[in-house]
Write a new protein. Structure first.
Lengths: 171, 287
């Protein structure tokens, strides 16, 4: 059975959801929300999105797309050029290689996985940014952003799961 | 049957190799970008500007409802403490009236002395006020995006200020948006003067809220509370703009608390002092 052009367009638009949500989390993550105890997270929110989709629907978020989102983030100033791109790719590659470990597991296991991978990525980001910046940076803001990202994972993960259920049900 | 199964396995492994190859290639590209970013190439700057220009309307649109919600909340809070605020403001006004008299006298005296000295007047400054639409947080970078660019008269090297003092400098400017490098970013190094001793130093960011003072002359005796202002050295700033004050000396390095309140960075004044700063293209080159 061949699909009509509208059905094809519809599927195509639905399949864009992971990319769109990753871009959206990049933009929201860099907005000044002026909430108490909340700092813009730079690269933290798209990191959650990349991790989630790498485990759940990697086919819809291929590596070049992750690269593109990271590059846009770096160009808009979320991280030093290349650093944000590298971190997102790293999270993507590790999550993808450990996909069998996390897929279909209870939420806490997936969260724990993110905790480990993000810790590695943020530490590497701190080292690379310090090298690029030409001096040891104060690690406190990095640690704070990491903890904040970790705390936001349940809410965002839930949001992505809902999006997956409603947009990508048929696939 | 056996053959078909074998070719399927071969196809799958070829796919896996292709996938791995793509990843390696992309990792390599990310490293190349990092090195390219260090070279300050004009290509990167153009790419940055176009991304920022493209994203700023989206960011602006998203920021508006947030700003109005925040304003509503603050209005409600203000309304609650109206009486106290009124009393405070009245006291403030009385105090400021006295200062105004002093300032007028000093202005007159200053004008008279300038006249006596035949001092060359400084070129007038122009400024625009712009809303902060993106804040890159503090994990690795300290920059903000604002909604004013070349079209509005912002120039590369313009000084970004709030009512409290200097916040940073415009690092890149697009048609209708600009990126401000904050004083706390690790790439920020600006010449400053210690107001009391007139010593010169460099204020260097390290990504924390409190930048440090480097290259102080020997034998200086800084104490917590000393005010730090901009220096004319390098031609990047006019002298005397307030920046912050020393709050502590850690291992012999003075730590500066900036006057700006990082949590309330909503609007920035971008001032073009028309100085031949080090950031302007062509400056420093022999014409």
């Amino acid at each position: 059975m061949t699909l009509s052009i509208f059905q094809q367009l519809d599927t195509w638009a639905r399949n864009l959801a992971p990319f769109a949500l990753t871009m959206l989390s990049l933009i929201v993550g860099n907005m000044p929300l002026h909430l108490p105890y909340f700092v813009p997270l730079g690269i933290g929110l798209p990191m959650i999105s990349v991790y989630y989709w790498a485990i759940h629907r990697p086919g819809l978020l291929p590596a070049p797309v992750v690269f593109l989102v990271g590059l846009i983030g770096d160009l808009m100033g979320a991280a030093p050029l290349g650093v944000g791109t590298l971190l997102l790719l790293l999270v993507y590659a590790i999550a993808l290689s450990q996909r069998r470990l996390f897929f279909g597991q209870p939420f806490l296991v997936v969260w724990w996985g993110f905790m480990m991978i993000a810790a590695g990525a943020m530490s590497l980001g701190w080292i690379l940014s310090s090298i690029v910046g030409g001096g040891a940076m104060d690690p406190k803001p990095t640690i704070f952003a990491y903890l904040m990202t970790l705390a936001l994972y349940p809410a965002l993960g839930d949001l992505f799961a809902r999006a997956q259920r409603s947009f990508l049900r048929s696939a | 049957m056996k053959l078909r199964g074998g070719s399927a396995v071969r196809l799958a492994s070829a796919k896996a190799w292709l996938h791995r190859g793509t990843l390696v290639l992309l990792f390599g590209a990310a490293f190349a970008l990092m090195i390219l970013g260090k070279t300050d190439s004009p290509l990167i700057e153009r790419a940055r500007i176009s991304v920022v220009d493209a994203l700023s309307p989206i960011l602006d649109g998203l920021a508006k409802p947030i700003a109005s919600a925040r304003q509503l909340y603050e209005n409600a809070q203000d309304f609650w403490s109206l009486r106290e605020q009124n009393a405070e403001l009245k006291a403030d006004q009385e105090r400021l009236m006295q200062w105004q008299t002093v300032a007028r006298q000093l202005q007159a005296e200053n004008d008279a002395l300038r006249g006596l000295l035949n001092l060359v007047p400084e070129p007038g400054a122009t400024f625009v006020t712009a809303r902060v639409v993106a804040d890159n947080g503090g994990a690795f970078v300290r920059t903000v995006l604002v909604t004013a660019g070349l079209r509005d008269g912002v120039r590369k090297g313009s000084v970004a200020m709030t009512g409290e003092g200097v916040v940073g400098r415009v690092a890149e400017v697009g048609e209708h948006s600009a990126r401000v490098l904050l004083l706390s970013d690790i790439n920020s190094r600006i010449p400053v003067t210690i107001e009391r001793t007139r010593d010169q130093a460099i204020l260097a960011g390290d990504n924390s809220d409190n930048p440090r003072l480097l290259y102080l002359p020997h034998g200086n005796a800084l104490a917590p509370g000393d005010r730090i202002v901009t220096s004319t050295a390098g031609g990047a700033f006019p002298g005397g703009l307030p920046i912050g004050e020393v709050i502590a000396i850690e291992d012999g390095v003075p730590v500066v608390q900036l006057f700006v309140d990082w949590d309330r960075l909503e609007y920035l004044r971008l001032v073009d002092y028309k100085l031949p700063g080090v950031l302007q293209s062509g400056a420093g080159k022999l014409q």
